[in-house]
Design a protein around this ligand. Structure first.
Ligand SMILES: NC(=O)c1ccc[n+]([C@@H]2O[C@H](COP(=O)([O-])OP(=O)(O)OC[C@H]3O[C@@H](n4cnc5c(N)ncnc54)[C@H](OP(=O)(O)O)[C@@H]3O)[C@@H](O)[C@H]2O)c1
Length: 240
């Protein structure tokens, strides 16, 4: 996750141009600390599989959970890492959705070589099949996800039936909160940028966890040489 200096991770977008992630990252795509953040995100996609909430999928059409997205420079060393670890070339792309209102034309569901799995509920499953029409729907894993025990069962089945071991969840905050509530979140890698977001200027502002209050331990902190005002933190929850 990436947060502003005052902890903001998202807000309700007014339109397609109102992009909280871009604002939190400060706009300049070529800033060295921004590049470091992107590379860290790609690196974290290397160790196993990757998951994301449905709202992030709906609001980020460019997203595909791979070590090298289509607009990235070549990153062959990341694929070589997966090959050496006997992992498939691409991580599975796992999407959480309660109601199944997913844009199946999204890259996550259409990119060759990407295997999507939708973790959904008894309500969401039929909606996804309806949206797929005559096409084959993505693999579905169905449970009562609004119950923390159901969310835990779904992850046990990802482990048992799909071979998922390390799962890198890229948010958003709604899904991270649900995972945290179910005791499924072990660690958070958080980039804190120097930019302050005016919370009064947006509706539906979402903020990152208050890690200290939650009893998490800061187990690592790094900085980019080019700009020490960005902080790269790794928090571990201690409840197990
Ligand atoms: N700052 C960052 O690092 C960062 C990272 C990721 C995303 N974002 C931004 O954050 C915003 C989206 O985040 P968000 O928090 O609003 O949404 P989100 O976490 O991406 O997705 C929320 C959706 O997940 C599903 N869901 C909710 N509870 C669930 C549960 N218990 N089990 C399984 N699925 C559940 C629901 O899907 P259905 O509605 O389909 O039922 C819900 O609408 C976007 O603007 C995105 O760009 C920021």
């Amino acid at each position: 996750m990436v947060a502003s200096a005052n902890g903001v991770v998202a807000w309700r977008r007014r339109d397609a141009k109102d992009d909280p992630v871009l604002a939190i990252l400060g706009g300049d795509r070529r800033h060295p600390a921004r590049v470091a953040d992107k590379l860290l995100m790609r690196y974290l996609r290397c160790f196993g599989d990757v998951s994301v909430g449905a709202e992030t999928v709906r609001t980020q059409p460019e997203l595909v959970l791979t070590p090298q997205q289509p607009s990235d420079e070549p990153l062959p060393e990341l694929f070589a890492f997966r090959e050496r670890a006997a992992l498939p070339r691409q991580p599975r792309n796992i999407v959480y959705s309660v109601y199944g209102r997913l844009p199946l034309e999204h890259r996550i569901f259409t990119t060759p070589g990407i295997h999507p799995i939708v973790v959904t509920t008894p309500l969401g499953g039929p909606e996804i099949r309806r949206r797929a029409g005559a096409a084959i729907p993505p693999a579905l894993l169905v449970d009562d996800l609004l119950d923390p025990a159901g969310l835990r069962r779904a992850h046990a089945r990802l482990f048992d039936d799909f071979g998922v071991r390390y799962l890198d969840c890229e948010g958003g905050e709604t899904v991270l909160n649900a995972l945290r509530g179910a005791g499924l979140l072990d660690e958070v890698f958080l980039t804190i940028t120097p930019f302050v977001i005016d919370e009064s200027a947006h509706d539906g502002v979402l903020k990152i966890f208050d890690f200290e209050r939650e009893g998490a331990t800061l187990i690592a902190e790094g900085r980019a040489e080019a700009d020490a005002s960005w902080r790269f933190r790794r928090w571990r929850f201690n409840d197990r």
